[in-house]
Design a protein around this ligand. Structure first.
Ligand code: ATP
Ligand code: MG
Length: 242
């Protein structure tokens, strides 16, 4: 049984079917890539997993239990965290303060005032922000703002981390550094789903890839199978390459 199971997931917005009967599983310790052109439904899948959107049809299971209709707060409590496409740090808080806020949803720890300094350093250090704890978000370069979003998600102590376009807007050096940090998180036992437009940044990182096109699952397989897949290449012909 997979740690995270997406089973026949469908999400409609009025007449638009953003996600159409999509199924895939994510095993413990795996990194699964979720790729697809603009508007193919990648972020909507994440929003459904996180209960940000109500699911139209289908089921989402985590560790054998259905989480389809539980609240976002409860999804996080069970052990799933998401880094969204947009960054939303609180500007008047330091990096440490922003991370600390995300340690509060856990009731036992919030009783004791959230994570201590050493724990916060630990979350920041896993994405290379260990020496920037006292900086304000608006002093950080874009790549560090994105890494802060990951540190915030780590502060909820997830078992599964959903990353929505973590490499967007980063230069090649920043992409390699982040890829190494994601790899290190996997070695510590984190299970991840990484969304990207195409395979370029994911090739060496992911174990398996699921491809979405117009809301449907177009293909799934090993990265090297996906780049060779004709239906996938066709789906990408109109826009950027796979
Ligand atoms: N809240 C919403 N209300 C109405 N339509 C929505 C909503 N969210 C997403 N959609 C639509 O659902 C479809 C899938 O969008 P989604 O954001 O999941 O795509 P995506 O694969 O993440 O794209 P991108 O690569 O641009 O981030 C799009 O047609 C989008 O316009
Ligand atoms: Mg998206």
């Amino acid at each position: 049984m997979s740690l995270l199971e997406i089973d026949g997931l469908t999400k409609r917005f009025g007449g638009l079917t953003a996600v159409d009967d999509v199924s895939f599983g994510v095993d413990r310790g795996e990194i699964v890539g979720l790729i697809g052109p603009n508007g193919s439904g990648k972020s909507t899948v994440f929003n459904c997993i996180m209960s940000v959107y109500d699911v139209t049809d289908g089921a989402i299971r985590f560790d054998g239990e259905e989480i389809t209709d539980v609240s976002t707060h409860e999804v996080v409590n069970r052990g799933v965290a998401r880094v969204s496409q947009e960054s939303n740090p609180i500007e008047r808080y330091s990096v440490a303060g922003n991370i600390k806020l995300f340690t509060l949803p856990n009731t036992v720890r919030s009783f004791y005032g959230g994570a201590d300094e050493q724990e916060i350093y630990g979350y920041a250090d896993r994405v290379g922000l260990g020496d920037k704890l006292e900086e304000q978000p608006d002093e950080l370069p874009h790549a560090d703002v994105r890494r802060l979003e990951i540190a915030k998600a780590l502060a909820t102590e997830p078992e599964v981390l959903l990353l929505d376009e973590p490499f967007a807007g980063m230069n090649q050096a920043e992409i390699s550094t982040l890829a190494e940090q994601i790899e290190a998180m996997r070695e510590e036992g984190m299970t991840m789903v990484v969304v990207d437009h195409n395979m370029s940044g994911l090739m060496s990182l992911v174990d398996r890839t699921v491809v979405l096109h117009n809301g449907s699952k177009l293909a799934a397989g090993l990265p090297e199978e996906i780049v060779e897949d004709e239906s996938v290449q066709e789906a990408y012909l109109a826009g950027e390459g796979i």
